[in-house]
Design a protein around this ligand. Sequence first.
Ligand code: FAD
Length: 575
Amino acid sequence: MTPSSALSPHARDSALAAMRAVDGQPELDVLVVGGGVTGAGTALDAVTRGLNTGLLEQRDLASGTSSRSSKLVHGGLRYLEMLDFGLVREALQERGLLFTRLAPHLVRPVPFLYPLTHRGWERPYIAAGLTIYDGMAMLGKYDAGVPRHKHLLRRQVARIAPDFKAETIVGAIQYWDCQVDDARLVVGLARTAAAHGAHVATRVKVTGFLREGERVVGVRALDLESQQELEVRARVVVNAAGVWTDEIQEMVGGRGALHVQASKGIHLVVPRDRIRSEAGFIVRTAISVLFVIPWGRHWIIGTTDTPWDLDKAHPAASRADIEYVLEHVNAILREPLDHDDVEGVYAGLRPLLSGESEPTSRISREHTVVTPVPGLVMIAGGKLTTYRVMGQDAVDAAAHSLRTTANLTIRDSITDRVPLIGAADWETRSNQRVLLSRRSGLHVARIDHLLGRYGGLVDDLLGLVAERPALGQPLEGAEDYLAAEVVYAVTHEGARHLDDVLTRRTRISIETFDRGLRAAPEVARLMAAELGWDPARTADEVDHYRRRVEAERQSQLMPTDQEADEARVSAPDIV
Ligand code: FAD
């Protein structure tokens, strides 16, 4: 059977059937644990080298850190200031590759203003940094894809960003980086891996390892949808569990070399019209920087950086976090933002590496690959931008094991030449946007929105609308999205619960003041028709979502992390 990129409910069943070991058969070459950007990137790397590959994710694709980032595909000016040139160069190279070749439909260039507040030293200092930044991008292996930085005088800044406090700004430097919808990137990676033959199943939690002596030969897992246990055998298991890495290491008796410390970062989402600026901008804080990033009809503002050792599945933003962000962004704004301007809030956990005990295995300052016991590769750290390099390094480590134990010939990574699904016809379809609008009856702005989310796969969406015209209607309460996008999320993008669609396939949960409550019943109805939910089940999905929103709202009123966590965990995930 030809592999399909569609992550439908049927495809999940087939993937589980293909992975499930009965009498020790079949055996995968590589099983990846974790469906964040690292795991999905690793699965794509493995399958495109010719390895029989599986991926298990305990909740939804990108439900961990990989849907909660600042969504920048960037070199990281901060690392430049720390003189970590290797890391910045690697990330800038990946930025160019993603933007020009691998995911041009998902990755977008964004202009940023670096506002200058001191006369004299500041302009040459920042300009020197940005010259190196741009230079590294241009001298890399791939096209930089974005323009070089340029200097702006005070009055030019006032034209671009009239809402800046004029008295604090003496000028600015404009530079370019890129952004991506992180959750959609992960779904795109997982679908591309599936299109090349990887078996992908979400809502399957790995609970232990199968061992033969020292060696890891697979995993025990629980299908959270059916509550059935299963075994999956694999020559190598690659663990890409982000902030859950230590738990996975416990399953091999704590024999790990990686220690991941979670650090919380929160973001606020506010409507675009609350800040008049044609470009994103940076606000310096005492310890780091705050990004104010254009996001469709909104701004994303963040982030914070504080240790977190509470619930990893539901990191909660406290009132103190929100006030910290508001206070810092307000330092530069003429009209301050307040709590009433906040449409959405999200919190994520950075998987920071601490005190690893195997220095030889260290691949770069940002991510690390180790092989604590034969048959098990662990990868952690890194950033969204460098997921491809991480996947490559993880599979290189797995390849070493496969060569010695299975006598397999493993090819080098080819992911720098494997575009994500949707990339192929994106440019052609973009040129045809007016034609597509005329043919479908959808407004050109709507076609642009679809192109930016699905690329060349826009044909699938328009086909759905042609077949079922009602799906061409916007969702009530979340008019930026069409009903067709909900149906497609279920039939092609692996969405299985209401939260998957409202939070990750779309961003309705952070882009509407009611956090998606008004749209929830219609979205649930559309999903129910595809997934065969009865009215009780449909109501349960809506009820769980409501309770989640309520718990998050409560947590955001709490002064401390402890209290915010207690409020948030009061609303459990749907079982
Ligand atoms: P995750 O996305 O957390 O994935 C791990 C997955 O493993 C989870 O989905 C989890 O459910 C699954 N899992 C765990 N245990 C099990 C189990 N037992 N069985 C099955 N599955 C399991 N990077 C950038 O490049 N640009 C940015 O702008 C940026 N901004 C950031 C801002 C913040 C606030 C944060 C927190 C991070 C940011 N990052 C950024 C970093 C980037 O988001 C992360 O490095 C990246 O998303 C980590 O991906 P991951 O796949 O390793 O982890």
